[in-house]
Design a protein around this ligand. Sequence first.
Ligand code: WQD
Length: 338
Amino acid sequence: MKILVTGGLGFIGSHTVVELQNEGYEVVIIDDCSNADEKVLDGITAITGKKPVFEKIDLKERSKVEEFFKRHQDIEGVIHFAASKAVGESVEKPLLYYENNIGTLVYMLKELSKKNSASFIFSSSCTVYGQADTMPITENAPVKPAESPYGNTKQIGEEIIRDTCKVTPGLNAIALRYFNPMGAHPSSEIGELPIGVPQNLVPFITQTGVGLREQLSVFGDDYPTSDGTCVRDYIYVVDLAKAHVVALQRLLGGKNKDNYEVFNVGTGKGSTVLEVIKSFEKVSGRKLNYKIVDRRPGDITSAYADTTIANKELGWKAQYTLDQAMKSAWDWEQKIRS
Ligand code: WQD
């Protein structure tokens, strides 16, 4: 069975391609390589022994998208990762984000709507909740006004898919709301490859640990949390990748209870920034050089998932601990810097 993975050379996309291939699916990757390197294909192939078909296509070019689906009429499912995802950049370049994240989603759905049946998995984010009122966060927590154009594209994207599924009989979709993905494949063949200075905590920690960065700035320790630093739900990227496969199988097997469903994908456990640093120091045996600085504008105090529905409906639960995920991130960092 042929599955299209858009953004399949990216961090979460590449790990999901590996898990799809492990399950015997034939995978076609579309990526525009704007934020990913074609060499990731070699890493995927080294792990699974199967080189996925790859086509470098900019999904903003509608004619190219149409032409692709004409050549691949046997695609039965799509996992759609392709999007710009830097929160800060989205504030400076909103139209780039609305065009790249929304326009391409519309073109993808137009093609899938032509098919008798199609299963669609959408990469969403816990960012849609903003600062939720209660922890852990359930799927029916209110979606709050987005704090960034990036977050807005995830909210709008979910609504577009929901509205389209309502009037497209053969189209069934699931939105997965990720919490904070981290780590790398245990083989160290693929992992996170941030371009430039990492915005996210974990790659900044490992780059500091390996000496690429001088010092980690901890953005504030005056939050109302156990140690004053923000709480997030750090989920191992392989656990997250497996969630995509079971979500797809739910749709392909007709097990879904509605034509559009939403699931939180996290560990259900919150960790503070200082706890993440401690995890790094434990698994690496190194002291991390960091300092407390002012809060980062736009940061929320706390976000961690209630994963009851995903556990029950998908039969999926995160298996790896923060330390195991951090070890994989550290192994990867050391390998790519060696
Ligand atoms: C985590 C914590 C920072 C860097 C973002 C997006 C979200 C998703 C994941 C795409 C926060 C602190 C960070 C640093 C720090 N992306 N931090 N020093 O902001 O929770 O989520 O990435 O889907 O949509 O919003 O992740 O890793 O940036 O920050 O102290 O150098 O680490 O303040 O508390 P975030 P993050």
